[in-house]
Design a protein around this ligand. Sequence first.
Ligand SMILES: *Cc1c(COP(=O)(O)O)cnc(C)c1O
Length: 417
Amino acid sequence: MKVEILKSIRSEEQFERDQVIYRDSSGGLLSLERDSDLINNLDPKKLDLRKRPSDPQKPYHTSGVWRFREGVLNIPDEEIISYPEGNTNLYYRTKIASYVECEEVYLKHEGENPTGSFKDRGMTVAVTQAKRLGVKNVGCASTGNTSASLAAYAALAGLQAFVFIPKGKVAKGKLAQAVGYGAKIVEIEGSFDDAMQMVQKASAELGIYLVNSVNPFRLEGQKTIMWELFQDLRWQAPDWVVLPGGNLGNTSAFGKAIGEAMNAGWIKNKPRLAVIQAEGASPFYRAFCDDFSKQFKKVEPETVATAIRIGDPVNYEKAIGSIRNTDGLVDFVTDKEILEAKDQIDKAGVGCEPASAASVAGLRKLRKKGVIGKNERVVCVLTGHILKDADIIMEYSEPSQFINTAGDMEKLRYLCK
Ligand SMILES: *Cc1c(COP(=O)(O)O)cnc(C)c1O
């Protein structure tokens, strides 16, 4: 086959890589596939050697996405649009380990990407492809982080970004980023799912290049979260990877990344995926309970975790494969559990936005149910930065943290005892 090709996940249909197309003739999703030797010939030693000091002139050299480029997108270096991104930290905190009652639990902090969420891992690839295709306008629907990321990468590439957002439902920090980086903001009366419908229409009628996670190039970049965490753990895969599920882009990308890493022999044991949804936005959980045998039913989403406030996930069909192929599972947590876990993560000095905390809240629940064992090795993915949603922190803060001394040292003296 050609180096890379777009393949339908439903049928035998395939398309040229550099064609602007998002779905097959039946409306099914596409996946970017390549000659498996490209990945199989990349060995862990070579990948370890590629971890080098940063070179501002050549950002892709140090990118945690483009380090795996043969498995991401095979193009000449000069065409890559990169900050760089990736190379996020993997944290161990005793406070979190005791909170979830797990001996070995790590936090992969994707909030440490350039715009503060994992979306940058996918966006570097999607915007690189947009630039290669010669388009002028790029667009997405977003609960916030995709728009912040797109706006930044479009600015880097010299493209115009259009972001479609549910009015009043996007955290201020994220919207401010999109505005600051120069995107045009299209506010939709409705939910993320309505914004998603609208941007697909705009894409079809106006030729705006779509970079939501229906875009298969996005998911190729997001695979590197999984590959990089294997590398962080010196190629000893964890038993479980726990992640929040909204539009299910990561769920889909992680399943693909695990399959490709197993085929290439980078890891010996296959980690299991545990996808955690918010109770009020859990259509994937419901489908999982029926073993994905029934017609998919969307829901009207509601949760404090705005980044996963999605009732009709675009990547549903791909995500099913990820659960099945990794012997994975789906569960849900309440908003209360999300906020409590977030408080623990914040107080451990790590910090994250609410949606990210669903992973830790979910792990705690799965430990209590005995689904995950105390001695199993677990990685929770933290998807976004603490500053993304400052309002929620202030809303749930303890009044006792604020001290009005009125110039009186005695009040402070008491607290300093
Ligand atoms: C986009 C996003 C999610 C949801 O990820 P999916 O891949 O759509 O399931 C979760 N957390 C944060 C912070 C996000 O920005």
